[in-house]
Design a protein around this ligand. Sequence first.
Ligand SMILES: [Cu+2]
Length: 165
Amino acid sequence: MQKLNIGNANLEMLGKSVAVLAALVLLMAAVSACGSSDESGETTFSVTNAVVPVAAGANTALYFELTNTGSKTDSLIEARTDVAKEVEIHQSSQDSSGMMKMQEQDEVKVDPGETVDFEPGGYHIMLLEADELTEGDTVEVELLFKNSPALTVEATVVTYADVAH
Ligand SMILES: [Cu+2]
C-alpha cells in the first residue's frame, strides 16, 4: 500500500513537471516569436497618395507610393480589398515589339529608404471585377508584407484624368 502511494506521488509529480515543461516550451515559443520579429528589424512601410481611378470597365487598379521606412529590405507580397473579386500585384512593361503587357508579381522588393511608385505603366495593384466606384469614395486596401506588419491603406477614388501623367 505504501509503495503504491509513493508510486502515485511520483506519477503526480511527473505529471506536474510535464505540465510545467509544456508551459515553459510555450513561453519560450512566444518569447522567440517576439525575438525573431525584433531580429528581422524595423521593417515598416508607409504609403502616400493612394488612389483608385473610377473603373471604366470591371477592372481598375490601385496606385500609390510605397516607402520602406525600416532598416531592412522587405517585400510586398499580397493585397486585399472587399471592393474587388480578385486582387493581384501587377507590373506593366513593354515587350520587344513595343506592346504593353501586364505581368503578375509574386512580390515587390523595397530596400530601406527606397520608395517604389505604383503608377500607370509600372507596378500597380490590379483590382479585378471591382464594385462600381464613385469619385470621392474611399476604398480600403490591406497590404501584406513578407516581414513587416500589414498596412491598411485608404485610397481615394479619382477619375482617370487624375492619375494620367
Ligand atoms: Cu494589371
